[in-house]
Structures are given as structure tokens and as C-alpha cells.
Design a protein around this ligand. Sequence first.
Ligand code: KG4
Ligand code: ZN
Length: 347
Amino acid sequence: MADPLVLGIETSCDETGVALVRGNDLLVDAVASSMEEHARYGGIIPEVASRAHLEAMIPTIQKALGEADVDLSEVDAIAVTAGPGLVGPLTIGASAAKALSIGLNKPLYGVNHVIGHACVDQLVDGPLPERAMALVVSGGHSSLLLVDDIATDVTELGSTLDDAAGEAFDKVGRLLGLPYPGGPHIDRLAREGDPTAIRFPRGLTAAKDQAKHAYDFSFSGLKTAVARWVEARTDAGQEIPVHDVAASFAEAVADVLTAKTIAACHKHGVETLVVGGGFSANSQLREMAAKRCAEAGIDLRIPPIRYCTDNGAMIAALGSAVVRAGLAPSNLDIPVDSSMPLTTITV
Ligand code: KG4
Ligand code: ZN
């Protein structure tokens, strides 16, 4: 029997994503973004994002169905992001998914957004091995997950205690006077700078942090260190070497992310690493991960960027994995959960 056709809906932040997945085959991935509306505020405004999701939802569903030449009646199951994310945006997606589930009389699966970021790799690189590590890094999350079974068994080894990696880049971008989101701008400047010019701190890497925070991240101290460094230079009337600041800052972030991730792979006997989330676009992280994974004999899997940023394919992929694992569908009265724990794969 053919695998079920799963329609996935993602609305946890500023992207309205709708995709169709059968097994590990992606039929279509349609996305509408409200980022342009947020850029002028210098950050995501939840109410603006909610309204944009509301307007984009039906056209994006129609676009996905049209491009895949699929009729709604052919859909076997609906998967939707139940959390974590922004409550208003999540509610719009969940409401649409529930309406489809009732209207089509097909099961609903509320799934975890962050685990979706790891699962989407299966659509590109094939099934994950029995045990894999996933580093999910974006503007909203920085988490290290041990994946024994993407549908049923994920352990959170660590997360950021303060800012996410992308968020730290955006904040440093703001203090360097770059447009929002600053991440890609710092990446570009960093490519022309000297990563060893300034030794910025590596959060939670001291010996005393090993016991409690071996796999946790902290980027707010680093951000403050950059701010102080820039301030001191400015006060002294000196010019800011932005390329070197960007490169040294990016180096510090990539160093901590990759060192902790590879240490976790060794500790847990894992030979496959998946990196996902919008921050995996970062050149400094990609380069360092490729180099260090090659040295450590770890197979590095990073899907193309369009599957790393928020999208419907990641939710359809996880929905498909959950349906194939034979898990029970969600109740139609499931709430959305802005801080859904990463050990909760479905609700
Ligand atoms: O996954 P994503 O699109 O949205 C969230 O769920 O957060 O990630 C966007 C984040 C932003 O903070 C953005 O500045 C950052 O990822 N980002 C980058 C790069 N591309 C995106 N940060 C550094 N270098 C990049 N090339
Ligand atoms: Zn995300």
C-alpha cells in the first residue's frame, strides 16, 4: 500500500508554509512570508504575523494543491505545528488544520516545530540512521537533540539559556548599525574579516560548566562583550573594524556550536549530524561544521537553505513519519503551546 499523503501546515513565526509529503517524497512546498512587513519594525510583531497568516492561509493551500495537481479529497492526513512558536500565528495554523480535518474527515496530527527542522532532512538525504544528532539553530531556537527515532524518541541534550544563535547575530547586527535581520549581513562582512582579530568569549565552555551545561549554549555574554568592545573603541574615537568584529564574533558562535555538538556525538556514539533551522545558512558555521565533522568522521547532513528556514515541508515530513509510526492522531481540541517541550514530538 502506498504511504499516506500528508498535508503539512506551518505558521509558528512569520512564514505561512503548506506542503504535501508522501513517505519521504516531497510533492510541493508552498510558502508565503511576512518578513518584509516586519523588517521596518526591526523585529517580528506577532499581531502583524497573525494577520499575514490569516490572509495567506487559503491562497497558500490552493497554491500547493494546484502546483502538485492534487485534490483536497486525496489528502490522507493533516499535520500542523502545535508549538513552540508565537501563540497568535500558531493558532491561525491550528485552526486551519482543524477545519480541514473536520471538513475532510481526515486525522489531525499536531507536531513539534523544532523536531520538524531535523525531520525535513529525510526528504532530501533519505531516512535518518537509527541514532543521529540534530543541531537546530535559528532566530528562535538553538537546540541539540539526540534523535533515536524522529517520530517517537527525541532527547533534548541542550539548548540556549538566553539568546538563540540567529537572535544574537541580529542583536549584534543592530549594534553595528546593520539592517534587520542582521544575521546575513554579519555573515557577508565576516567573510572579509579576520576571525582571529579579537578573542571574544565562548559561553558555557569553562570547566565549571561541564557538569551542568556541557551541551547548553549562551550567547548573551558574547553579545555584551561585542557591545563593550565597540563602545570602548567608539569612546576612544577610533574607527570600528567591522569586518574583523563580524568575523571574530561569527567565529566564536560557530566554535561553540560545533565543539559542543561534536563532543555530544562522541559521547553518544553518533556518526550522523543533521543541522537545520534558518541559522544553518551561516557560512562560518557551515565551514567549521564541515571541517570538524570530516576530522571526527561524522557524516554531516545540511538540507538546502529553503528547507532550513521555516516551511511546510518540515511539518509534512514529521507528520508523515508520525503517521507511518502508527501513532494516534491528535484530538481536535488540542491547544497550541508556545513553549512546547522538545521531548514532545506530537500532541
Ligand atoms: O529559521 P529562521 O528563518 O526563522 C526562525 O525560526 O527564527 O531563522 C532566521 C534567523 C535570523 O535570526 C537570521 O538573522 C538568521 O537566522 N540568519 C543568519 C543567516 N541567514 C539567516 N544568521 C547568520 N548568517 C546567515 N547567513
Ligand atoms: Zn524554525
